[in-house]
Design a protein around this ligand. Sequence first.
Ligand SMILES: *[C@@H]1O[C@H](CO)[C@@H](O)[C@H](O)[C@H]1NC(C)=O
Ligand SMILES: *[C@@H]1O[C@H](CO)[C@@H](O)[C@H](O)[C@H]1NC(C)=O
Length: 281
Amino acid sequence: MKPTQIIPAITFSTLVASVSARAVFNANYEDGSVSSGYPTTGSYRVDVPGIEPGSATAKDAFYVVAGGAHDTAFAIANKVVLDDLTYVGNGFPRSEFGIGGFPGAIYKDGDHGKYSFSMLFKDLVPSVKGTRDAPAEDVVWQFKHHGGGHDLHLALIGKNLALGWGGNVYKQVVINDVMPYVNQWMDFRFDVLWKSDKTGQFTFDMKLPGECRFGHTVTKKNLQTYVTASPDGTPWTGNGSIQYGVYRHSANSTAGDAKTLIVYHDEITAINFNNKPDPFN
Ligand SMILES: *[C@@H]1O[C@H](CO)[C@@H](O)[C@H](O)[C@H]1NC(C)=O
Ligand SMILES: *[C@@H]1O[C@H](CO)[C@@H](O)[C@H](O)[C@H]1NC(C)=O
């Protein structure tokens, strides 16, 4: 029986080694602050709208809300109203938190990361397509590749929640109709091997209101997860990091997109198994 006693011991020591090497970013807003206790200035900072130059300045572009995911005290809300310049950030209607300074939240070619968060669509009025093929896409979670687009993301497109990958080249609807879940918390997770060649992989999953376990698994293997160029060949520079809130890059209220979009996020955890912990963890 010796081998069966030895194998768990080896597994355990491997686990301990990887736990001590990983970097973790965690924001649960339980302290009631808009940056969940992290600094909002300096190199280890959460990029907060209104504080970062060029970002949305509206007083209610983001705010702490009572009633977080899983019966916790607080969560964070991002709000964007179209046709109002105070909700424009860097040229687009947007209110998002950037976490680019945190080793747990950033990723580069070759890294392995695990990410989980909860999200709620507040009083959602879905955009309609009008005379277009589809309503505009509103990004609500992104793995943002700095100097490029998003490597992977989740977006509302009317009543659909869509998962995009390959730099927005591929899309799959993961919730056909979000309306039954409006004003309720939904749990999401990603496990990603970030690769610029064709050996990357990711697993996405979610737990919807009323469900007791995850079970909407989408797995893609042998693909480029760390995108290095747009389809037209424009190179993507820099590293990636998680970014969340509301980003309405193509929204057009005249064409049928809802004027106001409010999205809550909570319990964001980002782990990079290849980075060293930062001073906060
Ligand atoms: C990406 O991040 C690594 C550290 O994780 C750093 O050494 C490198 O300079 C970064 N690259 C760019 C282009 O920012
Ligand atoms: C917005 O939609 C209207 C109505 O379809 C259209 O006339 C207008 O050109 C659109 N604006 C932009 C910036 O695409």
